[in-house]
Design a protein around this ligand. Structure first.
Ligand code: AMP
Ligand code: ZN
Length: 124
């Protein structure tokens, strides 16, 4: 798998997850994207969608990444429903991309959080 991944950082936690060097609870994967359950969920449904390619954050995005980010956004509602989020409008979900220190980013491999399910949630 890893030989197909452009922009791999061997020291990056999420690159190691994509490479299978650190275990994760898989939600979805294809050639470009990988989704897995957050290890410390805030909500009944809480998973992350990441590009397999190492892009450190949303601050690093270029025009060439538009289609990839578009695919992530279209995938989010599909996976949210599959993972048990309730239907819009009474249900729904939250999509969050922490970016940089002041944005609360802890893992510097671009990811979007998808959170949902009945409230209350632990945070947010
Ligand atoms: P952020 O603050 O947006 O960078 O969030 C990073 C997220 O990654 C946090 O919600 C962590 O709980 C989650 N996380 C860290 N390590 C792992 C892991 N090994 N497997 C799954 N999720 C993780
Ligand atoms: Zn990475």
């Amino acid at each position: 798998m890893i030989e197909h991944v452009v922009g791999h950082d061997p020291d990056c936690l999420f690159c190691k997850i994509v490479a299978g060097k650190i275990p994760s609870k898989l939600v979805y994967q294809d050639d470009e994207l990988y989704a897995f359950h957050d290890i410390k969920p805030w909500a009944p449904v809480h998973f992350l969608i990441i590009p397999k390619m190492h892009i450190p954050s949303m601050a690093h995005l270029q025009a060439e990444h538009a289609a990839l980010m578009g695919r992530m956004m279209v995938l989010a509602p599909q996976l949210a429903m599959e993972q048990g989020c309730n239907a819009y409008p009474a249900g729904g979900f939250r999509v969050l991309a922490n970016t940089g220190d002041e944005g609360g980013q802890e893992v510097h491999h671009l990811h979007v959080h998808v959170m949902g399910g009945p409230r209350p949630w632990l945070k947010g």
